[in-house]
Write a protein that binds this ligand. Structure first.
Ligand code: FAD
Length: 401
């Protein structure tokens, strides 16, 4: 007889098996977003990291969403990551980002794991018992996240890491960090770097400055100092210096789809707010609902089309990326840039349609607008992505002159 699902600490049924389809993953994420994340939205927006919805997502078998089935994950690829991001982003963008960064880091770890990395990290990730995240950005190189200055040097049989990371989402809460460093091999060409798995709580890793963003307030995107952090040589991901492969084959596609999905969710939530308001609001002097005004119908129609055409670009890009299609790079780079524009423009316009009621402090649209603004500046930023899309269309490599 199959085991009955057990209740988790949050009372949510524990589903150990990963979802078998994107539709099933989306349904599980939607249920958790509504039941667990929504009641906590104000608390999360006040700066509290959303532990409960993240835990519930892990308990629901989504911890290994981005890991292949051969390694025990759901194997739902870029399409799965985008769809779950959208489902969460509709309710709470911070939760979507925190879970998205876990999924991107999972995809990086799962790309070329050693047996030891599988046993020490990946098995726990797919079992929903380990949260990971990406620590690439640095104060020195900012949006150029592919150019770390953090150094990794040989220390006995292991590695020593010294440097500084900025904006580490899930910072101080994750169980491990995928940290980029200058290639350990001194002969490696400039620009090549290595990625190393740093478990939480290692000596020499200190968290500084609480996260205090305009929006995305719950995601704990903090600065970390790495001062003589020691890890075993078996914590190195892939071969030394082959991380340009990771950046363009794994980090960028998964990151772009996780972010595109999350901020698409914000755009849809704003559109829903505007639609509900126009449907509900009636003036006392005319007795007519705003939904009957042709100019407002026209404006809402434009927003609907903007969200829908952006959604189609996102899911087409994910499909092309998962299939390794020839237009994958164009689609993925264009999609996140288009979502960022869509999320900001649609939320801004929705606020106009909801009038003074929408403009009130602490209205849902106020939160969505603050959250949406992060989409433009999270690297690859919109400016960088537009250039990359142009270069890809011209058949030029993304980086270089
Ligand atoms: C909410 C949030 C969460 C984040 N989470 C993570 C995370 O989990 N992990 C992580 O590693 N990082 C994360 N980041 C960091 C992010 O990806 C960027 O690295 C960071 O925002 C860069 O900030 P900066 O001020 O140093 O940018 P700068 O590099 O100073 O850039 C400032 C502006 O100049 C533009 N610019 C810079 N270089 C170029 C160029 N070559 N071409 C065109 N325009 C350019 C940028 O687009 C930007 O508009 C996060 C950031 C935010 C806001």
């Amino acid at each position: 007889m199959p085991d009955e699902p057990q209740g988790g600490p949050l009372g949510f049924p524990v589903v150990t098996a990963p979802p078998v389809s994107v539709a099933e993953a989306t349904l599980r994420a939607t249920e958790i977003a509504e039941a667990v994340a929504r009641p906590l939205v104000d608390r999360t927006d006040s700066g509290v990291w959303p532990a409960e919805p993240l835990r519930a997502l892990q308990e629901a078998g989504l911890g290994g969403l981005a890991a292949p089935r051969s390694l025990g994950g759901a194997g739902l690829g870029l399409g799965g990551v985008a769809a779950v991001g959208e489902a969460l982003g509709r309710v709470c963008a911070s939760t979507a980002l925190c879970f998205g960064m876990h999924s991107v880091a999972t995809a990086v770890i799962a790309a070329k794991p050693t047996d030891r990395q599988r046993a020490d990290f990946l098995d726990a990730i797919v079992a929903g018992e380990h949260l990971t995240t990406l620590a690439l950005s640095e104060p020195g190189t900012g949006a150029a996240f592919w150019l770390p200055q953090t150094r990794m040097t040989q220390a006995g049989t292991g590695m020593r890491i010294d440097g500084e990371k900025s904006f580490v989402t899930n910072g101080s809460h994750a169980d491990s960090y995928v940290v980029s460093t200058v290639a350990a091999d001194p002969d490696a060409p400039v620009g090549e770097f290595s990625c190393v798995l740093v478990p939480a709580g290692v000596g020499g890793m200190t968290w500084v400055d609480a996260w205090n963003g305009v929006g995305m307030r719950g995601n704990s995107s903090r600065r970390a100092l790495l001062d003589g952090v020691l890890v075993g040589a078996d914590h190195l991901l892939g071969a030394e210096g082959d991380q340009i492969w990771y950046v363009f084959e794994v980090v960028a596609p998964y990151f772009l789809m996780a972010m595109a999905g999350s901020y698409l969710g914000v755009a849809q939530a704003s559109l829903d707010e505007a639609t509900a308001h126009l449907t509900r609001r009636a003036h006392g002097h005319t007795g007519r609902r705003l939904a009957t005004e042709p100019i407002l119908q026209h404006r809402l129609g434009e927003l609907w089309a903007q969200v829908e055409r952006t959604r189609r670009l996102v899911y087409w890009a994910a499909e092309e990326g998962d299939a390794g299609g020839p237009k994958a790079l164009l689609g993925l780079t264009a999609a996140k840039a288009e979502v960022a524009k869509c999320a900001v423009e649609v939320t801004n316009e929705a606020m106009t349609l909801v009038g003074g009621i929408g403009y009130r402090d602490r209205s849902p649209l106020e939160r969505h607008l603050r959250d949406a603004r992060a989409a433009e500046v999270m690297s690859p930023t919109t400016d960088i992505l537009r250039t990359w899309t142009g270069r890809a269309a011209l058949g030029l490599p993304l980086l270089g002159d």
